[in-house]
Design a protein around this ligand. Structure first.
Ligand SMILES: NC(=O)c1ccc[n+]([C@@H]2O[C@H](COP(=O)([O-])OP(=O)(O)OC[C@H]3O[C@@H](n4cnc5c(N)ncnc54)[C@H](OP(=O)(O)O)[C@@H]3O)[C@@H](O)[C@H]2O)c1
Length: 363
């Protein structure tokens, strides 16, 4: 079973690791998770989506700083448009003494690359840009094929967008399984998926997903999917763990939850004398997911790493935070809807079935 907490092995006392020590975060104190296949992964990572606010060079510099501060897990994606800059930071860190095996680098296959050949080409491009021989994990970013230009607005739709089609999805998955066989990818993951889609994939996959990247923060806990993942040997990775306060306009809806303003989060933050964002991370690690907060600001990303390495929440605080859940998604994904879909809820199988192109029902 995944989800066991371990402590990381100390980093070599040179280069980036020396900087990490200077920043005051001991990598040996950062929790780790054991995946179903036996591999260890860091219990917190750094995100790389600039939310249309932070450009590739800024994100590349942030990753370099995060590695120096002691992060060992980096969550990348070609659609973030910065894998080359992130790759430069990774190469500099390994040239500075960090061992490749101490790093856990994840990337994804974007919606426009679901055809098997395109998926393989995408992973090879990520490997080239990230300057790696292998990726520790590759995720299918969203389970829907479509074209989504950078900076698309809330009402933009791709007329060729399609709903989830299991046979097509399996062809994509088989291509990723082949990359595992070739040693180019260590683990496969799903992202933005649901229990009904995971049931189909677990039934038919030769290599099961070991990770699932999903929106997770105190005000959106997805308890059913979270539990399903743990029960099926899938480690949840929590994106937007702080409630994505700087997300793009297209991902904002009036009345959206704000985790850092939640009264329970704020009361616990006060008790610990920390920013409410750090309570979100302490909660994430205590619950068993791997949070991947984003920041380009050294004080923030260092504080985020330190938060999960010291002063944990009490069991009573973790229990109190269970009631912060509002069940309201921030990243709704409406731009991925296909012609004929009725609402963004069609993306999330809310009634337990997978809507097809022309309405509800399993494909
Ligand atoms: N699989 C997917 O579909 C998916 C979707 C979304 C995100 N992700 C991944 O998840 C990562 C994180 O998600 P996210 O960027 O949406 O949201 P997030 O990590 O919840 O929020 C990031 C923002 O929080 C603020 N922040 C960070 N540390 C802070 C601190 N210590 N105190 C106060 N504020 C702090 C920063 O805002 P300011 O910059 O304004 O200071 C930062 O830009 C992404 O970068 C990406 O790698 C994946």
């Amino acid at each position: 079973m995944p989800n066991t907490t371990h402590r990381a092995a100390p980093a070599p006392a040179a280069g980036a690791a020396q900087d990490a020590a200077d920043a005051g975060v001991d990598p040996a104190g950062v929790p780790q998770r054991r995946l179903a296949g036996g591999a260890l992964m860091p219990g917190i990572g750094v995100g790389t989506f600039g939310s249309d606010r932070y450009g590739p060079r800024e994100v590349g510099r942030a990753v370099a700083g995060a590695l120096a501060a002691g992060y060992r897990l980096v969550d990348c994606a070609p659609v973030h448009g910065n894998e080359a800059e992130v790759g430069r930071a990774l190469a500099a860190a390994t040239a500075g003494g960090l061992q490749r095996e101490q790093l856990f680098v994840m990337s994804k296959v974007w919606n426009g690359a679901h055809e098997p050949e395109a998926a393989v080409a995408s992973v090879r491009t990520s490997l080239r840009d990230l300057r790696l021989e292998h990726l520790d994990a590759v995720f299918v970013h969203w389970p829907f094929p479509n074209h989504h230009p950078p900076g698309a607005g809330t009402d933009d739709r791709d007329p060729a967008a399609r709903p989830y089609e299991h046979d097509a999805h399996l062809r994509l998955w088989r291509a990723l399984e082949d990359l595992v066989d070739q040693g180019l990818v260590r683990h496969l993951g799903t992202s933005n998926t649901t229990v009904p889609k995971l049931e189909l994939l677990l039934r038919d996959a030769r290599i099961a997903p070991q990770l699932n990247e999903m929106e997770l923060h105190p005000c959106f806990q997805q308890p059913e999917l979270f539990r399903y993942c743990l029960e099926h040997g899938i480690q949840p990775v929590g994106y937007s763990p702080l409630g994505s306060p700087s997300r793009p306009e297209r991902d904002r809806t009036p009345g959206d939850v704000v985790d850092t303003e939640d009264p329970v989060v704020r009361a616990i933050a006060e008790a610990h004398g920390v920013h409410p964002a750090l309570v979100c991370l302490k909660w994430a690690v205590a619950r068993g997911q791997v949070p991947i907060p984003f920041s380009v600001k050294p004080d923030q990303f260092t504080a985020n790493l330190r938060a999960v390495s010291e002063d944990p929440l009490t069991p009573a605080e973790v229990e109190a935070l269970r009631f912060a859940d509002r069940g309201e998604r921030l990243i709704k994904g409406q731009v991925f809807l296909w012609p004929g879909a009725s609402s963004w809820q069609d993306l999330w199988d809310v009634d337990g079935t997978i809507p097809g192109r022309d309405g509800p029902g399993r494909p």
